[in-house]
Design a protein around this ligand. Structure first.
Ligand code: ADP
Ligand code: MG
Length: 500
């Protein structure tokens, strides 16, 4: 059928999108909508190069455009999303579909151009809201982790008090003339610390992963093989465990016992999701510069609202006594502490996949403080012990005095500096807590060493060296004694620092 010019013209004008006909370079036809979209009157548009409607970036592709125009078979349609330019110079996003037609007047390109400003805006808005929700979620998990970490820190101090006072009790009881009132007083300290610990246990929850971690280079594949038996027992006989290791995997730096905990937690969830049996597949691989550990089950999966909240501490869909809601929160804590990321996808009825990405490659091992039994006694050296926890400071003071050191002690940085300023003799060693209210151990040490350049420093902390170093609380490589410590640990570390 021959279409009348009227019909063709009507179609052009009725179209909701801008339509341009181009002879390879110049615009030969434009509809009403093109006038509105580009802001050019049609009379001016026709005859111009199509490049007036393009941004500078798009113009660069002239040769490519020409080639497509010359070589595309008639009828073929190509679509792109790009940026177009209005007459006033402003740019806007468009989706443009172009087809080539052969006419008695020659080869022509017909471009149908849609302004997608609105769509792009909604998509950007959606992405922004999603990112915001994600940031919010990880912030919440982070603060909960911090809270738990703080509790663990306090608890560690209490254990230090309990262990040391208990050993004082034993020592005194075993001495030739036991002093009963001293034993009673020391036992009282044990009881007091124990009571405070009981209060704290209510808050001290499994997702506190800020305990002293001992990161080391770990061969993930070998470690998974090691814990495979444990996982099999966890899963039960109705579930098949399949392990697909990537043999060329670099090491990851983490605490192996935490990896074990992570795998067990994921296996427990998988088991609960597959009451009638199924498969649990663990596979490893390298993704860019990160090691990927994936755990997939063929279980019942999760609805989006459950998936959304699954990592939250205490979120559980299981009955009381069955779920704590801490399994995945713990996994999250372990992975983020190791500098990695964890994500989860799930489909109801199909299963769940948890993906963990850990930084590849080994970092320097933490500076260790060796225990050297034997000649660890003092020879009258002066130590300045700074610790905000009273009982722990007393314990340390007593151990050190008993071993032949002279001990000055302070409960914080300010008091320590004051004490040092008023002290006439040498101060051979500062033994300081790292995290204290008022002044961090690092600042105290820096200020003290300025006034007394000969003074050495030994830190004590319940936090692991990598944690302290990564947060800037402590420089890497300094001497650190981990809490809780025994009398021997303390004496060995002090001696080593004085002699080293
Ligand atoms: P808990 O297992 O104690 O409930 P988790 O933090 O381990 O706590 O998991 C939280 C919730 O996420 C579970 O109650 C469950 O609804 C869901 N979930 C976790 N892992 C899986 C899985 N592999 N398949 C299906 N649902 C899961
Ligand atoms: Mg669980």
């Amino acid at each position: 059928m021959e279409w009348s010019e009227e019909l063709a013209g009507g179609l052009l004008q009725a179209a909701p999108d801008a339509i341009l006909v181009i002879d390879g370079e110049r615009i030969v036809l434009a509809n009403d909508r093109a006038e509105q979209v580009y802001g050019w009157p049609r009379s001016e548009l026709v005859g111009q190069s199509v490049e007036v409607l393009m941004t500078d970036e798009a113009r660069v592709l002239r040769a490519e455009r020409r080639r497509l125009f010359d070589e595309s078979p008639p009828g073929s349609i190509g679509s792109i999303v790009t940026t177009a330019r209005r007459r006033d110079g402003s740019s806007f996003p468009v989706e443009s579909s172009t087809t080539i037609i052969e006419t008695p007047q020659g080869r022509l390109a017909v471009a149908v151009v849609r302004d997608v400003t609105e769509r792009v805006r909604t998509e950007e808005e959606k992405a922004r809201l999603l990112a915001e929700a994600q940031a919010h979620r990880s912030q919440r998990l982070e603060s909960l982790g911090q809270l738990a970490g703080g509790i663990a820190h306090d608890f560690n101090n209490m254990l230090g008090v309990i262990l040391n006072y208990a050993s004082f009790v034993i020592e005194e009881a075993e001495s030739a003339e036991p002093d009963v009132s001293m034993i009673a007083a020391d036992a009282q300290q044990v009881v007091r610390a124990g009571k405070r610990g009981t209060d704290l246990t209510h808050q001290l929850l499994a997702f506190a992963r800020r305990e002293v971690v001992r990161p080391q280079p770990v061969d993930l594949n070998a470690h998974i093989v090691e814990v495979q038996e444990l996982l099999r027992r966890t899963l039960g006989e109705h579930i098949t465990l399949i392990f697909r290791p990537d043999p060329g995997l670099p090491t990851v730096t983490c605490d192996p016992s935490q990896i074990e905990q992570l795998l067990v937690n994921l296996a427990l969830n998988a088991r609960d999701a597959m009451p009638a049996g199924g498969n649990l597949v663990i596979d490893t691989g390298l993704l860019d510069d990160r090691v990927r550990l994936r755990v997939s089950d063929s279980g019942r999966g999760m609805a989006p609202d459950v998936l959304e909240r699954a990592f939250e501490p205490f979120f559980t869909t299981k009955g009381s006594g069955e779920g704590t809601g801490l399994g995945l929160a713990t996994v999250y804590g372990i992975v983020t502490q190791a500098g990695g990321e964890v994500s989860m996808t799930s489909e109801v009825g199909l299963g769940t996949t948890v993906t963990v990405l850990l930084p590849a490659g080994a970092t320097a091992a933490p500076a260790d403080v060796d225990e050297q039994p034997g000649a660890t006694d003092g020879h009258g050296e002066t130590l300045l012990v700074v610790e905000d926890e009273d009982a722990l400071r007393d314990v340390a003071g007593r151990i050190l005095t008993g071993a032949g050191y002279r001990v000055l002690s302070a409960e914080g940085g300010a008091q320590a500096l004051e004490l040092a300023a008023g002290h006439d003799g040498e101060i051979d060693l500062l033994v300081s807590d790292v995290v204290m209210p008022g002044m961090l151990g690092k600042e105290l040490a820096e200020r003290l060493v300025v006034a007394r350049p000969g003074t050495r420093v030994l830190y004590m902390s319940g936090y692991a060296q990598p944690v302290l170093a990564s947060q800037g609380t402590l420089d890497p490589g300094v001497a650190l004694l981990e809490k809780p410590f025994t009398a021997n640990d303390l004496l060995a570390a002090v001696r080593k620092r004085l002699d080293g």
